[in-house]
Design a binder for this molecule. Structure first.
Ligand code: IFM
Length: 509
């Protein structure tokens, strides 16, 4: 072999592994900064009809055939039965923190009242296992799956009656788990969740009205319900925050936040209308949730555009909502280019009110209704989100609670995910170096799960789950091994062998 050929082979090997090379180590982050990964109850647990769990609205949604591929979370990753070995894996991977959610209908099957002892045991066991292994626990109280019984009784998040029930459910969680759990978020992604659930109808409870639904809905009002649902959510969140502060905080010394879905918006052009549209995008997506928490009211631009369809806070409510957070949980995946779209007269939904068009890049045509799907990875976008939150909301403590990459590829050799993780972690570090108060980074997801619209077709996991095998075996992907190397070896050994043998050796069934 000639010298040149040898050089090129060496170079190509280096380029293959270049994905894993980063110029920072664990030591560049503060010691009390945590690195973790997450899952959520319906997406992970399965066992939907076991040990007293009652259906949530997610069960109803999937069982009424509303998933494009008709999949359900009936078994999901079987976390209800496999949590112990999963926590061992979390530990062995070297993760410092784990975020998961509680299934309200497993813990309190009637939505209110009696606690299910088996549900209580399950979550106590998870928490004990995490504590035993020194892993910091972050719990989200509500991650899309509301007890169906409350949906049936009063329409779930559309009714103020949920405030009392959600607070009582949170009370049980704090009372039973708060001695060991110090990090809580109340609701996952109420902003995008309200749009998906009540405007386009593609998440439970699947409500929308013509012509706004992406799926066919039988009931709903896309013009009003997203705003009502978020309003109730904010009041319920504030009520839970107050409960914790008054009844538990002194003894348990924990902190409470809320998770928002945060994409970054770049102006498509520098025209005034596009710059204004970009700001509108931020006010509608971040400000809708965060402005009330910081200032006690919705952004002016939303009040002007949405008018009487946007519920208003009474003085007392405003006082309760204002400052009802210790930190914000940031869930971030994408950036978009945003341009102005003339506002339609007549009936509008959330997207109509926001009156913007999204594009995946500067050369793409507008995406039409909703967001484009072909968005490239943009680590700078996370940095910009974090900076924006610092500047706009007074530098609150932030946890990047979700960041990752979904892929239809079922590969163990997920170099694309290693690229994603390393570059987004780097951009988090850049933000910290610029003074943003970021306290942790969690990748989504610890393992493959039941994904929102894609069921089992989109893989987000550090660990692969074989959903065709009843035993749901887990296998470490390259990304799990890379993350592990970063955390355990302090970045000193990030060139990880990618041979198939190495990867399959890590199978756990
Ligand atoms: O899987 C979801 C999660 O439930 C909420 N945040 C976005 C993730 C990826 O789509």
């Amino acid at each position: 072999m000639g010298v040149t050929a040898f050089f090129y082979i060496l170079l190509s090997l280096w380029v293959q592994d270049a994905a894993a090379i980063i110029d920072f180590t664990r030591c560049d982050f503060a010691q009390d900064f945590v690195f973790g990964a997450g899952t959520s109850a319906y997406q992970y647990e399965g066992a939907v009809a076991e040990d007293g769990r009652s259906p949530s609205d997610w069960d109803t949604f999937t069982h009424s055939g509303k998933m494009p591929d008709k999949s359900t979370g009936d078994i999901a990753a079987d976390g209800y039965h496999k949590y112990k070995e999963d926590i061992k894996l979390i530990y062995e991977t070297g993760l410092e923190a784990y975020r998961f959610s509680i299934s309200w209908s497993r813990l309190i099957p009637n939505g209110r009242g009696a606690v299910n002892p088996k549900g209580l045991d399950y979550y106590n066991n998870i928490i004990d296992e995490l504590v035993k292994r020194g892993i910091q626990t972050h719990i989200t109280l509500h991650h899309i799956d509301l007890p169906q019984i409350l949906e049936d009784e009063y329409g779930g998040w559309l009714s103020p009656r949920i405030i009392e029930d959600f607070t009582a459910y949170a009370d049980v969680c704090f009372r039973e788990f708060g001695d060991r759990v110090k990090y809580w978020t109340t609701v996952n992604e109420p902003n995008i969740g309200a749009i998906a659930s009540y405007s386009i109808g593609h998440l439970p409870p699947g409500r929308c009205s013509d012509p706004f639904g992406i799926t066919k809905c039988t009931v709903g009002n896309s013009s009003t319900e997203p705003y009502i649902a978020v309003h109730t959510t904010l009041l319920a969140h504030a009520s839970v925050f107050k409960l914790y502060r008054e009844k538990y905080k002194a003894e348990q010394k924990g902190v409470i936040g809320i998770n928002i879905y945060s994409y970054w918006s770049y102006p498509f052009t520098n025209s005034t209308v596009d710059l204004e549209a970009t700001q509108r995008s931020k006010d509608f997506m971040f400000g809708w949730i965060l402005e009330p928490l910081v200032s006690g009211d919705y952004p002016e631009v939303m009040k002007n555009i949405v008018g009487s369809r946007l519920p208003s806070f009474t003085m007392v409510q405003s006082g309760l909502v204002k400052d009802s957070f210790d930190f914000f949980g940031i869930n971030h995946y994408y950036s978009f280019y945003v341009s102005d779209r003339p506002m339609e007269t007549g009936v509008r939904d959330f997207y109509g009110d926001m009156s913007i068009s999204y594009r995946a890049s500067r050369t793409d045509p507008p995406a039409g209704q909703g967001v484009p799907t072909n968005v490239p990875s943009d680590p700078d976008g996370l940095h910009l989100v974090l900076e924006y939150l610092k500047e706009t909301y007074g530098n609150p403590p932030l946890y990047v609670h979700e960041n990752g990459m979904g892929s239809p590829k079922d590969s163990l050799n997920d170099t694309y995910r290693v690229d994603c993780l390393s570059s987004y972690m780097g951009s988090t570090l850049d933000a910290i170096r610029n003074g943003v108060n970021v306290r942790g980074y969690f990748t989504w997801a610890f393992m493959d799960l039941f994904e929102l619209r894609a069921g089992y077709q989109s893989k987000y996991g550090l660990y692969r789950v074989d959903f065709d095998d009843m035993r749901r075996p887990r296998q470490a992907r390259l990304s799990a091994r890379w993350y592990s190397g970063f955390l355990k070896k302090n970045g000193s050994s990030l060139l990880i062998s990618r041979t198939q043998e190495d990867l399959t050796r890590n199978t756990v069934s």
